[in-house]
Design a protein around this ligand. Structure first.
Ligand code: SF4
Length: 269
């Protein structure tokens, strides 16, 4: 997931935060259904804004996962207080689909959205690993805009950039994505000590995206300090060139999102 925002909790237990201006989503009300104490994710991406922690595939009762009713009540309270947001986004402190009751939460949130704020889009930022579970796959059609991560086209790059929990492989993620027809991909490109912008990585990524044929792709780079040292944001021109190559391969919308620093540079030209 990408969390390029300052998290300001507006509901009890930090379940709801924002609204935040997202590079990609407009004004977004964030919904964090992961425990707030520590990141809970099946990946440990080198650039993760939640910091670094060994990845996990299953969760334990020891961590405080919010109950579905608790999530619903917190969101209802937040929706009464905020106005003029564009979407409600499942994101937060890790991978939302790891929540043991993810499907029930999505059902409740969708029902609440329909009743209280029908104009808002429901967005999910996910690394797609949870789609291996039937319950998560079944809940996905309730999300208006699933945005799923694919930063790599080869196993080597996947392991280096996303550092998944064993034995998760890129093939597992691709198999999950192949079960879907309506979703967007989000891809973060990074330079420096570890990188996915060398020719082999980019061309393999383009091949994988071409095979998957998602509804669209969002391309961006680092916007915050990463937990792994020696990483650098990718120049906007390079991101544009990767997007152009993808557009030449497949006829889908490909959007490039500049970091806040890049936007400032453009603004100063
Ligand atoms: S998928 Fe990567 S960026 Fe998103 S929360 Fe997990 S480790 Fe962080």
């Amino acid at each position: 997931m990408e969390r390029n925002e300052t998290r300001k909790a507006i509901a009890k237990d930090g379940l709801v935060y924002g609204p935040v201006h997202s590079r990609r989503l407009g004004l977004s009300l964030g919904l964090n259904i992961c425990p707030t104490a520590r990141k809970q994710c099946s990946f440990d991406c080198i650039y993760c804004e939640c910091g670094s922690r060994p990845p996990l595939l299953t969760v334990t009762a020891a961590e405080a996962w919010p109950a579905p009713l608790q999530v619903e009540e917190a969101l209802a309270q937040a929706l009464r207080r905020v106005q003029a947001v564009d979407c409600i986004t499942f994101a937060g402190n890790g991978e939302p689909t790891l929540h043991p009751a993810f499907a029930e939460i999505v059902t409740r949130v969708r029902r609440l959205r329909d009743a209280q704020a029908p104009g808002l889009k429901l967005v999910l930022l996910s690394n797609a690993s949870g789609l291996r579970q039937e319950g998560v796959r079944a809940a996905l059609p309730l999300i208006d805009l699933p945005i799923l991560k694919l930063d790599a086209g080869t196993e080597e790059t996947f392991q280096q950039i996303n550092r998944p929990a064993a034995p998760l492989s890129l093939a597992d993620i691709l198999d999950c994505l192949k079960t879907l027809s309506h979703y967007f991909l989000q891809s973060l490109f990074v330079a420096g000590r570890y990188s996915n912008i060398d020719e082999q990585s980019v061309s393999a990524w383009i091949d994988r995206v071409g095979e998957l044929a998602p509804q669209g792709v969002q391309i961006y780079s680092l916007d915050r300090t990463a937990p792994v040292r020696g990483l650098a944001p990718v120049a906007l021109e390079t991101l544009q060139s990767i997007a152009d190559r993808l557009r030449a391969r497949i006829d889908i919308p490909v959007s490039v999102f500049a970091s806040s620093v890049q936007k400032m540079k453009i603004g100063n030209k």
